[in-house]
Design a protein around this ligand. Sequence first.
Ligand SMILES: Cc1ncc(COP(=O)(O)O)c(C=O)c1O
Length: 397
Amino acid sequence: MTLANTSLAKNGLDSRAVQVPPSITRELANAAMSVEGLIPLWFGEPNQPTPKFICDEAARSLSAGETFYAEELGRPYLREAISKYMSNLYSVEIDVNRIAVTVSGGNALNLAFQSVLEEGDTVVTLTPAFPNLLSIPMLQGAQTLTHPLTVKDGKWSLDVEAFLETAKGAKVVLLNSPSNPTGFMLTREEIARIMEVLRERGTWLISDEVYARTVYDGSAAPSFLEVSEPEDRLIVVNSFSKTWAMTGWRLGWLTLPPSLTPIIEKIAEFSIASAPPFSQRAGVVALEQGEGFVRQMAEGYRHARDLICGGLLAHKGITCPIPESAFYAFFKVEGVTDSIGFARMLIEQAGVGLAPGDAFRVGEPGWFRLCFAQTDEQLNAALDRLSPFLEKAHKYA
Ligand SMILES: Cc1ncc(COP(=O)(O)O)c(C=O)c1O
C-alpha cells in the first residue's frame, strides 16, 4: 500500500476499497486516449458491433414500451430460453429454477461471491488470471491464493493434483476455463476430477465460463455442468458479452444449485434489482438465432490466432503458448524487465496498445496480453509496428 492510500484508509474509507489495485490496463488506456492512430489491442471484446437481428429485437421491445423493472431473477421468457440453450448445449437437463439473469458476467461474479463468501475466507484460483477474478473476492474481504499454470510443449498446462493440493482448506475454488488471458482450457477429464474432489471436500466452485463458446470450431468448451448434480456446490457464470458481441449490453447469467436461487433473488434486489427488459428480449434472440454468428466468429478467431501467434513467433526471444480458445495471445518478450514501462513505450513509439502481464498476476516481467478479435488489416499493421521493438528487446536479453 502507498503512503497516500494509508492516509485514505484512516480517513474513514473502506480499507479494502482503498487497497484493491486499480486496473493497470484501464490506467494505460485512459492515459493514451489522445494518441492518434493507436491500434488498441488491450481490451477483451469483439471488434464488431452486435448483429443487427439482436439489436432489432431490443428496438422492438423499447418501442413496445418494455421499459419497466423486471423480476430480480430475470424475465421468465429469458430464463426459459437460457435453460433450453444450456440443456441442449451440454446434453444435461438444466432446470429453469437454476437460472438467474444478471447485469453482465461481472455482476454475476459479484453475486456469486456475495452469496457464499464470508470475511476472511480463502479463494483459490489459477494464474495468469483476469484481474477482476481476484479483485472481486478481495473487495469482499476474502484472502486470495493463486496457483500458476505452466508452459509445456508450447501450450499452457495445469498439474491438476498439485492445484487440488493448493486448494485444500479453501472455501471457494474459482476457475476460468476457457481462460482470459491465456486461452487455456480444462479437458473433460480434468473437469471431472476437480468436481469429484471438491464435492468430497464440500468446497464451493465458482466456474467462470464466459468464453464457453469462444472455441475455434464453434462448439462449446467442456463445462462443469456436464459432470455435476444440481445440488453440487457449483455456480457457473456466463455472459452474453463475448459470444454474441454484446459487451455494452451488460447481460449475463448464473446457473445455480436450486437452493441458492432464492438467496440470489434476494441479494440482487439490493444492487441491480433487475436486468433491463429490452436487453433480456435481445438475449432470447441471441440464444435462439445466434448459432450462425457464433460459428462465424469462432472461425474468425482461429484465423486471427494463427496470424498473430505466427507473427509473434517469427521473432527471436518470444514465448507465445498457442491459445486453445478465447481471443487472446499471452506472450513473453525476452529482455523486457518492466512490462508496464514497455507497454507505455509501445503506446508512444509503436502506436499499439497491449495489456501488461502484471495485470494478470503472472509473477515475472516481460509478459503481455494481446486481444486478436480484430480485422486482419489491424492485426497485420500491429505486427509491423511491433516488429522492430520485439527485435530490439531480445538483443538486450
Ligand atoms: C474471464 C472473464 N470473466 C468475466 C468477464 C466479465 O464480462 P462481462 O461483465 O462483460 O459479462 C470477463 C470480461 O472480460 C472475463 O474476461
